[in-house]
Write a protein that binds this ligand. Structure first.
Ligand code: HEC
Length: 221
């Protein structure tokens, strides 16, 4: 029946392409449906965590750190449960990373604490002898960009329907309300820190970059 096809290289190539494309689509489509579905209990980032995430991107932490735990025993033993696609539902952009010069950070909030991060960010080699991670002293003096963080939260809520201001969810409200939320969350982080300048600045109503970054690190679970 299909002898004519075998004798016609052009249409044969088209037919092969169609068969392979169809098989590929059958394989891929279910994943599209799943990827956009958040895992149960997943909450959007608070405005302060977004500020921290923006610092993480700005400082290119993702060049050395992945956020994707693969389903291998060696990885789950070290980092905890392997990552699920639905856990990234509110990540824009994704920060999976493609290189692990340093360890994976997808669940770092489960085993590192605020004061550990504080000391480590100031001088990694003091905490982990031989560490090649750079020092980040400017995070302790520069103020976090809270306006841009609020703008991002507002935008993803409006454009991508990220569920802020839902019952039992993450609150956002207007810029003034977000400021109150950011100060309240920053207060908890600062309470566990030792740096005098960061604490003094907070008393004056300033949130240093390190505070936002640690809030983000603590959220990674
Ligand atoms: C040049 C590569 C490099 C960059 C850039 C880098 N790190 Fe690291 N990081 C490392 C290495 C290597 C380690 C392992 C040694 C150590 O703990 O210091 C590490 C360790 C860590 C740890 C401890 C993780 C664990 O499980 O013990 C955290 C947290 C961390 N980095 C956060 C960051 C953040 C946040 C940034 C951006 C501000 C950053 N890193 C930038 C290389 C890097």
């Amino acid at each position: 029946m299909f002898h004519w096809l075998e004798k016609n290289p052009f249409f044969f190539a088209v037919a092969v392409f169609l068969v392979i494309a169809f098989a590929g689509i059958i394989e891929i489509i279910p994943n599209f449906a799943q990827a956009s579905r958040p895992v149960e209990g997943l909450k959007p980032y608070t405005p302060l965590e977004i500020a921290g995430r923006q610092i993480y991107i700005k400082e290119s932490c993702n060049a050395c750190h992945s956020q994707l735990i693969r389903p291998f025993k060696s990885e789950t033993d070290r980092y905890g449960k392997y990552s699920l696609s639905g856990e990234y539902a509110y990540d824009r952009p994704f920060l999976w990373g493609s290189e692990r010069t340093g360890p994976d950070l997808h669940r770092v909030g489960n085993y590192r604490t605020t004061d550990w991060h504080e000391n480590h960010m100031k001088d990694p080699a003091l905490i982990v002898p031989g560490s090649i991670m750079p020092k980040y002293p400017w995070l302790f003096t520069k103020n976090a960009d809270l306006d841009t963080a609020y703008a991002e939260a507002y935008t993803v809520k409006a454009v991508f329907n990220v569920p802020y201001d839902q019952p039992n969810g993450v609150e956002l409200g207007d810029r003034e309300n977000a400021q109150k939320l950011m100060m309240a969350q920053a207060k908890e982080v600062v309470a566990d820190m030792k740096d005098k300048d960061v604490k003094e600045a907070f008393e004056k109503g300033e949130i240093k970059e390190i505070v936002a970054l640690i809030a983000y690190m603590n959220k990674l679970k």
